[in-house]
Design a protein around this ligand. Structure first.
Ligand SMILES: NC(=O)c1ccc[n+]([C@@H]2O[C@H](COP(=O)([O-])OP(=O)(O)OC[C@H]3O[C@@H](n4cnc5c(N)ncnc54)[C@H](O)[C@@H]3O)[C@@H](O)[C@H]2O)c1
Length: 393
């Protein structure tokens, strides 16, 4: 009988097959051993794609002490990874207090390198003890915390992965765009053809969502507060409107701004009967789902799909309670594996750069080095059977 662990092992094997760039890096690291004698404090969702990253670091000689992010640890994957080289601290049922204790435990182990998603582990490592030699931070919000609240306090280099133009293009635009639209279709089983889809935010994620909705035949309107981004949306062929105008005829609404209170309840009340609401941003308050819940408690129709019968007689449908849809919806498996092949290879190579004795990196948050971006971009192109033109001359 299949166990949680054996299912996870199968899923990791499938995932590894679709991460050719990270697997190529794993082969190189297993010879070069850049992390020999190095302990990596690791805080990122523990799931099959990050499992292949952990395998890559271990192949390079690292010892890992890890925890997931915000209760996202998949315990079958954690079990499959556990070994003398990899300790995963999360336990089923852990709450916020256990997560804080795990942060402290990793910081107290004085890791040589830190890989973080949200910067709380990096901040925990600032509190005395031997500082790490370097760190990577996955997110923009983590980099804000480091650049604003902890400016001047950081004595080691931190490479901010989200600042890489490659990640914006492959992961935020195409990975999020494809997986968000796919998840909405999978949860609802409705087609996008000729639906009026309103996308809030035309940053990297919003651009991708608008693009993939368009590719599925939707009529897309963009609501964007930045006039330059709004102009870009218009030049890309989408209608651009203010929230109230766009919402008046919306059939599917998807938010991707990362800001709270973007779609207020009074705007929802003006939307047509039957409108479907989903959020792709990290905060679950972009759409006023909680206010709507108070006025019209959701009736569960299917996993991750609720109907709200508003006092004005209209019915509104919400997916995953307004949480980040491609991860939080039932069966949400996040960005496609290939998109994460790129992002997690940037992580692996950036960690190696941080301890490269030939480089002298400045302390504090900084971008992924150009040489790493160029190398990973070329490798991803090759994995797609494409190649750059190479230098002129
Ligand atoms: N779903 C996923 O898997 C996933 C992956 C990566 C990032 N994200 C999240 O998606 C969100 C957007 O990320 P991004 O990389 O596109 O950010 P971004 O900064 O590139 O884009 C956000 C856009 O929203 C616009 N905006 C802000 N407030 C607005 C409002 N009230 N109405 C309309 N537009 C508004 C901004 O002007 C900006 O253009 C963030 O929360 C990010 O963390 C989700």
């Amino acid at each position: 009988m299949a166990t949680e662990r054996s299912v996870a092992e199968g899923r990791i094997a499938w995932t590894r097959r679709h991460m050719p760039v990270l697997v190529e890096t794993m082969a190189e690291f297993s010879v070069r051993r850049p992390f020999e004698g190095i302990t990596v404090g690791f805080r990122l969702h523990i799931e099959p794609k990050t499992a292949v990253l952990i395998e890559t670091l271990i192949a390079g000689g690292a010892r890992i002490i890890a925890m997931g992010n915000d209760g996202t640890t998949q315990f079958g994957t954690a079990e499959a990874l556990s070994s003398p080289k990899c300790e995963i601290l999360d336990r089923p049922g852990d709450g916020p207090e256990a997560a804080l204790a795990n942060l402290d435990q990793i910081a107290s182990a004085e890791p040589d390198l830190v890989l973080d998603n949200g910067a709380e582990l990096i901040v925990a490592c600032l509190g005395g003890g031997r500082p790490p030699r370097g760190a990577t931070e996955e997110t923009t919000s983590g980099s804000f915390l480091l650049r604003e609240r902890h400016a001047g306090q950081i004595e080691f280099p931190i490479i901010v992965i989200n600042d890489s133009p490659l990640k914006s293009i492959v992961e935020n635009k195409h990975g999020v765009g494809e997986s968000v639209v796919d998840t909405v279709v999978r949860v609802t089983n409705v087609s996008f053809h000729k639906k009026h889809v309103v996308v809030y935010g035309y940053g990297w994620c919003g651009k991708g969502i608008a693009l993939y909705a368009d590719r599925r035949g939707a009529d897309v309107t963009v609501v964007e507060v930045d006039p330059i981004k709004a102009l870009e949306a218009a030049m890309d062929g989408f209608d651009v409107a203010d929230s109230t105008t766009a919402a008046a005829t919306a059939q599917i609404v998807i938010t991707a701004t990362g800001r709270p209170d973007v779609v207020d309840f009074d705007v929802i009340e003006k939307m047509p009967d039957g409108v479907l609401l989903a959020n792709a941003g990290h905060v679950d308050t972009e759409i006023a789902i909680r206010t709507m819940e108070r006025a019209a408690p959701g009736i569960q129709l299917a996993p991750s799909l609720k109907r709200h019968d508003l006092p004005n007689g209209k019915s509104v449908f919400s997916i995953a309670d307004g949480k980040i849809v491609n991860l939080a919806a039932d069966g949400g498996i996040g960005n496609p594996i290939e998109a994460m092949d790129l992002g997690l290879t940037l992580q692996a190579r950036s960690l190696a750069v941080l301890i490269d004795p030939t480089l002298d990196l400045q302390p504090g948050p900084q971008a992924v080095p150009d040489a790493v971006n160029a190398r990973v971009a070329a490798a991803v192109l090759r994995s797609m059977g494409q190649q750059p033109a190479g230098p002129r001359g």
